[in-house]
Write a protein that binds this ligand. Structure first.
Ligand code: ADP
Length: 268
C-alpha cells in the first residue's frame, strides 16, 4: 500500500492510464482502511457484551448458590446482553447486505398500515413516554416492506430511548410533492449540531456510556439511511438540544418513479 506507478513525462495515453491506475489504487487503499476500522469496531462492540456475560457466568459458577435477588439480577443482565448481541448481529447482517448490492424487493407497501404495525410493536416499549400516531393519508409506495419497517422501528426505538418519562413521541405519515414522508418526532434530549453531522455513521453514538447502558451499538441510523437511499429516498433530522428531535424518511411516490428500478429477489 502507498506505492504508486511513476507517471511518464509526456501527456499521452500512457500517462492517462497511469493516472487512472493510481486513482484506483488510492480508492482501494481508502476502502481497505475503512474495512480495517470496521472490523476493529465490530470486534470491540461484540466483545463488550460477551465480557459482561463472562463475568456473570463466573458469579453463577462460584459453587455456592447465590442469593435469589442476585440470581435474578445476573440472569436479567445476561438476558439484556444476549438481546443486545442478537440486535447487533442482525444489524451487521443487514449492513453487510447493503454492501453487496443486495436486490431490494419491489412490492406494494401501504405505508399507513405499516406505520400502524410499527406503532403497535413500539407500544410495549413506551413505558412512561406517550406514544401517538398521526397517520391521516393512505399512501402506497413500491419497495421492500420488511426493510422500511426495520428503518421505522429503529427510529421509533431511538425516540423512546432518548425521551424521558412524561415525554411524547409521534409517528406520522404525510405526502410531500413527489415523496411520502414517514416521520418520528420526540420531545427528548435532542442532538447537538456537531453530533448531527455524525449520527448516520456506523458505530457513532453521542454518549457512549449512556448508549451502551441502553443497548445501542450505533448502527441503527446507518441502517435507516441505507434503507431510505436504496429506495431512491433520503433521511432528514431536525433537532434542538433539550427540546427533541424529528427524523423523517422520504420515499419516492409511484407517480414520481413509475418504472420499477429493482426486481423482486429470486426465491423470495
Ligand atoms: P444507537 O444504537 O446507539 O441508538 P443509532 O445509530 O440508532 O445508534 O443512533 C446514533 C446516536 O444518535 C445515538 O447513540 C444517539 O446518541 C443519537 N440519537 C439517535 N436518535 C436519537 C433521538 N431520537 N434523540 C436523541 N439522540 C438520538
Amino acid at each position: 500500500l502507498g506505492r504508486r506507478i511513476p507517471e511518464p513525462a509526456q501527456r499521452d495515453e500512457l500517462q492517462l492510464l497511469t493516472v487512472t491506475i493510481n486513482e484506483l489504487l488510492s480508492r482501494l487503499e481508502r476502502l481497505f482502511v475503512t474495512q480495517q476500522r470496521f472490523v476493529a469496531d465490530v470486534s470491540h462492540e461484540l466483545r463488550t457484551p460477551l465480557t459482561a456475560m463472562q463475568g456473570n457466568l463466573e458469579i453463577l459458577d462460584r459453587g455456592t448458590c447465590p442469593d435469589p435477588a442476585l440470581l435474578k439480577e445476573v440472569i436479567g443482565d445476561m438476558r439484556r446482553e444476549t438481546a443486545r448481541l442478537i440486535r447487533m448481529v442482525n444489524d451487521l447482517l443487514l449492513l453487510a447486505q447493503s454492501e453487496t448490492h443486495v436486490v431490494l424487493r419491489h412490492e406494494p407497501v401501504e405505508l399507513d398500515t405499516l406505520l400502524l404495525e410499527v406503532f403497535r410493536e413500539l407500544r410495549p416499549l413506551a413505558g412512561q413516554v406517550r406514544l401517538r400516531i398521526g397517520a391521516e393519508d393512505q399512501i402506497l409506495v413500491y419497495g421492500d416492506r420488511d426493510r422500511i419497517k426495520q428503518a421505522l422501528l429503529n427510529l421509533g426505538v431511538n425516540a423512546l430511548q432518548y425521551t424521558p418519562p412524561g415525554g411524547l413521541v409521534i409517528l406520522s405519515l404525510e405526502r410531500y410533492e413527489q415523496f411520502a414522508c414517514l416521520s418520528v418526532a420526540d420531545t427528548g434530549v435532542g442532538i447537538s449540531e456537531e453530533a448531527r453531522a455524525h449520527i448516520f455513521e456506523r458505530f457513532y453514538r453521542v454518549d457512549r456510556s449512556r448508549s451502551r447502558h441502553s443497548g445501542g451499538a450505533g448502527l441503527g441510523l446507518s441502517i435507516v439511511k441505507w434503507v431510505a437511499e436504496a429506495h431512491g429516498g433520503y433521511v432528514t433530522v431536525a433537532s434542538e438540544v433539550g427540546r427533541g428531535s424529528t427524523f423523517a424518511i422520504y420515499l419516492p411516490l409511484p407517480e414520481a418513479n413509475p418504472v420499477p428500478v429493482t426486481e423482486v429477489e429470486a426465491g423470495n
